[in-house]
Design a protein around this ligand. Structure first.
Ligand code: HDD
Length: 715
């Protein structure tokens, strides 16, 4: 018999007379059965079919509660191989975390091609319409350690592994289409500057410290990316609501060997959405797992997140005339210049079975390409092509990590590589070399169908040099800023102020202001004003001055692209004893009909007594269900309840936060005492009364941006 993990076990390891499917079925009701105590024995769950507990070698364990001792109160014996094995395994449970992107969360699903790129590429995954290719996707933050918080201001990794029938193809991308640096030789420096400072080991999961701003203020090529990470793209509402980008220019190659340049884009069907910065800070405390919980829950509830795969295709002629170098990863090609062609969809419909086995051990590499997909000379990409496999060797312990199920290709695999640490596939035969003549079935190269590199012709002097065409560092930074809506621009300014305020060294803050002058004196002025450093503005000389004539691009703004609706969003409803039962039921019905989730927050987790004496079940206790966890809120209280809660700090903060985080708020008329105590001022985002339709309509349009200047300083 094989278990789900694929490990062969003897059927005698299951309690006699009961089978695996029964085990699975009964597992659903484990908690309930356990609580009833039915079945008698403490460790036995009533009606369940427990497989026998074994050690790693399949030996059935008789006692897992006590070690083997010499006498009742005597010393533990070395002979206790069960204790030794269990402890040793535990001692070795961790592997080095990723040097970057350590904190991540994965899910499985498929990629389905909807539009063929026949003639442009020979990659079957991009030419066979309707084929569903299995996929593993891992989202991540970059700088934070594995145990850091999901809502840190950071780029999000968006790595997709497609198990195609021609081998694995990885798009190891981010949720931002450009990068900090142009040449991979600077990657070590960038990451050292961004991660915790080496002498003190802090701060982690943030760029708001001296070494990061010291580095970037000395490296003007990072300026465009700084605009993006200071924007709300760096604090997404959900992995499900962010875009993904392959960043570099890649090549597609057809059967005749002709190449077309390509940039890959993932576009979420739910549209993009972000949180606001004060919310991000508070969510880090209220629920550090905010993003992973959101993805896990959505998939479990059947709300499978989906992205369109879009490509920007262009040729050498366009590359030569485009105003920036297409090999420069700090630049993008506006969608208005080359529109996206939508060619497929990515659907994540399955959570992992085991976090470590899959999400932790998955190994991506930019070199995982299939015939028909190839690299360009982007110097950042070229460096990445070395780094990924190299890092897996130390992280996963040896050259056979591709044999771990989450990494193994789903197509046939046969080669002359043998042995090494943790070899799991017993490759057959005498022949492990080539050429050979002894075995008729030993693998052979296939020049027609196999991977062949694009025949680029290269020549030139050997030089350590940065191409002049990479020299403009400020024009697209300004284009990005100018493409944003007013609230988005305000947030970029506030983020610079927040981050630079954490920088202790004044000279670093001053230098950064000097770099910002190169983007726009107005931006520098606004940031300097917020820092209280207006006197410190002194331009740092720019080699290539900013171009102010680039057209703006609506595609760069989150808000201009937002998709209205509350589908899969979460609405938090604050109740207390005396809340009106009928209104709660009606609200629940309306919210569910709109495809959103209603979560009840009450002062006690046991729930509240509604006006008609029934119990309103609570999802959160007030202190643990802060309003930052919800997209919109509803305050459903009786006059007595509202008066009582207006003296309760957590309730006042709940309502106040929702208001200053610009959320749409519904409230019963009787909730007024609490709204007043929380400083809520009526605007078109405050819907009083029972008109749930009006409330949901307003909530589906997103936050109340017009409220913002009234509740926080805009510089
Ligand atoms: Fe990288 C991980 C994305 C530049 C070296 N990178 C990593 C992951 C993502 C990216 C999403 C996490 C994969 C996972 O979930 O396991 N990296 C990017 C993007 C870049 C980029 C979009 C620029 C366009 N990276 C980059 C450079 C280098 C690396 C220039 C080195 C020269 N990246 C690594 C790495 C990591 C990694 C050290 C750490 C863990 C891993 O690879 O598997 O090799």
């Amino acid at each position: 018999m094989r278990t789900d993990s694929g490990i062969a076990v003897s059927s005698t390891h299951y309690i006699k007379g009961q089978n695996m499917s029964k085990t699975k079925k009964s597992a659903k009701n484990v908690a309930a059965d356990h609580e009833t105590g039915a079945g008698g024995e403490f460790h036995q769950i009533a009606g369940a079919t427990h497989p026998q507990l074994t050690n790693q070698r399949g030996l059935v364990v008789g006692d897992d509660e006590n070690s083997l001792k010499a006498g009742e109160r005597g010393p533990v014996l070395l002979e206790d191989h069960l204790l030794v094995e269990k402890t040793q395994h535990f001692d070795h449970e961790r592997i080095p975390e990723r040097i970057v992107h350590a904190r991540g969360f994965g899910a499985k699903g498929y990629f389905e091609l909807t539009h063929s790129l026949e003639g442009i590429t020979k990659a079957r995954v991009l030419t066979k319409v309707g084929v569903k290719t299995p996929v593993f996707t891992r989202f991540s933050t970059v700088a934070g350690n594995m145990g850091s918080a999901d809502t840190a201001r950071d780029v999000r990794g968006f790595a997709v592994k497609m198990y195609t029938d021609q081998g694995n193809w990885d798009i190891v991308g981010n949720n931002i289409p450009v990068f900090f640096i142009q040449d991979s030789i600077k990657f070590t420096d960038l990451i050292h500057a961004a991660k915790q400072e080496p002498d003190r080991g802090f701060p982690q999961a943030q760029t708001a410290h001296d070494t990061f701003w010291d580095f970037v203020s000395l490296v003007p090529e990072s300026t465009h990316m700084l605009m993006w990470i200071m924007s709300d793209r760096a604090i997404p509402r959900s992995f499900r609501m962010m875009e993904g980008f392959g960043v570099h220019t890649f090549r597609l190659v057809n059967g005749a060997g002709d190449s077309t340049y390509v940039k890959f884009h993932w576009r979420p069907t739910l549209g993009m959405a972000s949180i606001v910065w004060d919310e991000a800070l508070k969510i880090s405390g209220a629920d550090p797992d905010f993003h992973r919980r959101d993805l896990w829950n959505a998939i479990n509830e059947g709300n499978f997140p989906e992205w369109e795969l879009g490509v920007q295709l262009f040729d050498e002629e366009f590359a030569n005339k485009f105003e920036f170098d297409v090999l420069d990863a700090t630049k993008l090609i506006p969608e208005e210049t080359i529109p996206l062609k939508i060619i497929g969809r990515l659907v994540l419909d399955q959570n992992v079975d085991n976090y470590f086995a899959e999400t932790e051990q998955v190994a991506f590499a930019t070199t995982d390409v299939v015939p028909g997909i190839d690299f360009t000379n982007d110097p950042l990409l070229q460096g990445r092509n070395l780094s990924y496999i190299d890092t897996q060797l130390s992280r996963l312990g040896g050259p056979n990590y591709e044999q771990i199920p989450v990494n193994a290709p789903r197509c046939p695999m046969a080669n002359m590589q043998r042995d090494g640490h943790m070899t799991m596939i017993p490759q057959k035969g005498r022949v492990s070399y080539s050429p050979s003549s002894l075995e008729a079935d030993s693998p052979r190269q296939d020049p027609k169908n196999g991977f062949t590199s694009f025949r680029g012709s290269e020549n030139g002097d050997k030089l350590r040099i940065r191409a002049e065409s990479f020299g403009d560092h400020f024009s697209q930074a300004l284009m990005f800023f100018n493409s944003q809506t007013e609230p988005e621009q305000n947030h970029i300014i506030s983020a610079f102020i927040f981050e630079l305020s954490k920088v202790e060294t004044k000279a670093v803050r001053t230098r950064m202001l000097g770099q910002l002058v190169n983007v726009s004196p107005e931006i520098a002025q606004r940031v300097a004003n917020g820092l209280g450093m207006l006197d410190a503005i002194k331009a740092v000389p720019a080699k290539v001055p900013v171009r102010t004539d680039l057209p703006t691009s609506d595609a760069l703004s989150i808000l201009k692209k937002a998709v209205p609706g509350v589908k899969t969003k979460v609405i938090g409803c604050l109740v207390e004893d005396g809340s009106d039962a009928k209104t709660i039921l009606a609200l629940k019905k309306a919210v569910t009909a709109a495809g959103a989730n209603l979560k009840i927050v009450a002062p006690k987790i046991g729930g509240a007594h509604a006006s008609d004496g029934t119990t309103i079940e609570a999802d959160f206790q007030l202190a643990g269900g802060s309003s930052v966890l919800f997209d919109a809120v509803y305050v459903l209280l009786s006059k007595e309840g509202a008066t009582k809660l207006s003296r309760e700090g957590a309730a006042v903060a709940w309502v106040h936060d929702a208001f200053v985080h610009l959320k749409v708020m519904g409230a019963s008329a009787a909730a007024k005492p609490l709204l007043d105590a929380a400083g809520v001022i009526k605007d078109d985002g405050i819907v009083i009364g029972d008109d749930h339709k009006a409330y949901l309509n307003r909530a589906s349009q997103g936050r109340i941006w017009s409220r913002e200047p009234g509740v926080c300083s805009v510089f």
